[in-house]
Design a protein around this ligand. Structure first.
Ligand code: G1P
Length: 290
């Protein structure tokens, strides 16, 4: 059973400067909700009750966001905005949320290694803090369903255009069904020539505890950092790993253009904004074309 999730959120957010100089990128809001709240919610909606957030220097706002704020609660309690009061209170009860700080920025693999004592001998989910996925069934739940069938690590993947493969970890393997593959290749940010497919690792994983031993054996890789993808290559020597092409739409909020697009799409999903935002968009398109 997958009971725990790990959310790495220690990165410097250099793609989003200057906003991320003093504020964590995971706290950048889509409309009114910090991105990490969507990620925590996905874990909770997948039945996870225990979440470890790997944070780092300058990330205190994330801890405060999931903590009580008595003064604020007192202020809004009983006011017309009671729904907001409930939402703010519920944030602290979503799950048991724990924090650990990554001392140096040494890559995603190093961040995950910090979770070893917390997850112990159990399989666990990993949800990258700068990706949100909109789907009917939460993607972590989709992976848990596969895990329960095979009791092996599973990675969510999606097809990306060939010219984007060098931005992602890319997988290759034997197709078991239209969406499911047993992997025999993983490569972090390959050139188009080296990429075994255009199936990209999408920021959601279920990992077996075997990943920790694999991480210990893995040398630093791309960017002189310990890469989780490289550790999974090591893990493949002893265990099977599967990939599942998930159902849903992924939003990479770590870069500015995708962040703008995500904000617009999420505004259009919200009843109170959709028609107004659409009318505004039509107006500015007409202005720009006119
Ligand atoms: C990380 C992983 C990569 C994965 C990507 C998804 O890379 O190392 O394998 O495809 O997340 O967003 P990053 O984007 O942190 O460079």
């Amino acid at each position: 059973m997958v009971r725990k999730a790990v959310i790495p959120a220690a990165g410097l957010g250099t793609r989003f400067l200057p906003a991320t100089k003093a504020s964590p990128k995971e706290m950048l809001p889509i409309i009114d909700t910090p991105t990490i709240q969507y990620v925590v919610q996905e874990a909770v909606d997948s039945g996870i009750e225990d979440i470890l957030i790997i944070s780092g220097r300058g990330k205190r706002a994330i801890e405060d966001h999931f903590d009580r704020n008595y003064e604020l609660e007192e202020r809004i309690k009983g006011k017309e905005d009671d729904v907001m009061y409930d939402e703010i209170r519920n944030l602290t009860n979503l799950a048991n949320i724990h924090f650990i700080r990554q001392k140096d920025i040494n890559g995603l693999g190093d961040a995950i290694y910090y979770a070893r004592q917390h997850t112990g001998n159990e399989p666990f989910a990993v949800l990258l803090g700068d990706t949100i996925i909109d789907s009917v069934i939460p993607v972590t739940q989709q992976l848990i369903d596969i895990y329960e069938q095979y009791e092996s690590s599973v990675i969510a993947v999606e097809t990306v255009p060939r010219d984007k493969v060098s931005r992602y970890g890319i997988v290759g393997g034997d197709e078991l069904s239209e969406k499911l593959m047993r992997l025999n290749q993983l490569i972090e940010k390959p050139t188009i020539v080296d990429a075994p497919s255009n199936l990209a690792i999408a920021g959601r994983y279920i990992l077996t505890p075997g990943i920790y031993k694999a991480l210990e054996k893995t040398p630093k890789g791309k960017g002189n950092e310990l890469q989780l993808t490289d550790a999974m290559i090591e893990l493949l020597k002893r265990e099977s790993i599967y990939s599942q092409t998930f159902e849903g739409k992924r939003y990479d909020i770590g870069n500015k253009l995708d962040f703008i697009k995500t904000t617009i799409e999420y505004a259009l999903k919200r009843k109170e904004f959709s028609s107004k935002v659409l009318a505004f968009m039509k107006e500015i398109i007409a202005q720009h074309e006119g």
